[in-house]
Ligand binder design. Sequence first.
Ligand SMILES: [Zn+2]
Length: 421
Amino acid sequence: MVTLAVLVVGLAVAVLLGTPWRPLAAVGDGAAVDPAIDFTAAQMAREDAYHSAVRPPAYASLVLSIAVALLLGLSPLGARLIGAVAAPLGGGWGWRVLLGGIAVTAVGRLVALPLDAWAESVRRRYGLSTQTWGTWLVDVGKAYGVGLVITLIVLFGLFALVRWSPQWWWAWGAVAGALLVVVVSFAYPVVIEPVFNKFTSMESGPLRTSLLEMADRDGVPARDVLVADASRRTTALNAYVSGFGATRRIVVYDTLLDKAEPAEVRLVVAHELGHAKNRDVLWGTLLGALGIATVVCVLAFALKSDWLLRRAGVDSIGDARAIALVLALVAVIVALSGPVQVLVSRRVETRADVHALELTRDPTTFVEMQRRLSVTNLSDLDPPALVFGLFSTHPTGPQRIALARDWARLRGVAPPPGLAP
Ligand SMILES: [Zn+2]
């Protein structure tokens, strides 16, 4: 209990102090956030129609996955399922974790699959997805497989610790969970990303040279810029930074190189350099490690509850059939922590945008780039407040454009004119 309190306070302090709450100094009232300044009525209508079509299946899938996890974990159904799949092999705890873990996660996945297919059909109708049903299913399978491997490692570790040290499993679990987050985040670019995409060095030429020169000037020397074959999956434009230390890499989508002007690519990479310079991936990983340690302590606290255990049809956490309860509690904690995570993410993204503006001093191209990203990716230009608060990891396109106009005003540069005719 004391450990839990210390971790919660530590996490809160780290988030409060480590988050760039105001990445840009205030400039009066700030530029107006209004999609109509830079987007045509047709562009706004198309984005609106897309979100009206894709939201029902996407959110239904999310809600259904959580509901299934709760149903299996907070009733004896999950324990019965786990007992049944492990019974033919003797029902030892190892088989219960392995086969039970597969069964519980597979049920959740399969129930949501039709809704995911529906959402994919909407993406295809709007030209966002370039996949066939075959490649889509392979992707679903790969994502499930990667998630399953990580889940099973965690569950095996958890139940092995419970058996080895019934009193102190949570303390060892908190430390091991935190270490696992650091290891997975470090290895992610070289172990997990290649499961989904091929990466090649960006072709040499003036653009590559100018990007590496910009990174040098920024004090974030990069050996390489990698290109992901994202076009096999999507028409959307994107770039990202992943890993840290020896695995840190800057990746741009091949779609971006294909469709955006070189000056816009520079702006996108300047944003990613902002993430690299501020070590956002490393900081996010450390917060994640602290977060997981907290989750383990919350679990230990919850799993002492006879009421919860009885509901789940088990006597104690020593019974490996309790994995359904563990997965249900994790689903609840993940859902509850989501809004805080995206709030912090939006601030970090704004800081990277300010960095891109400082580095390029080119707010006009920044605005053009934001408009192209929003239009091509069918981004929501004006999401409902609840949707924004729960799910948006980035500020909206119009918010990012208003930031560029604020930055221009603050630095005495001519503010970019509106782009809508
Ligand atoms: Zn970013």
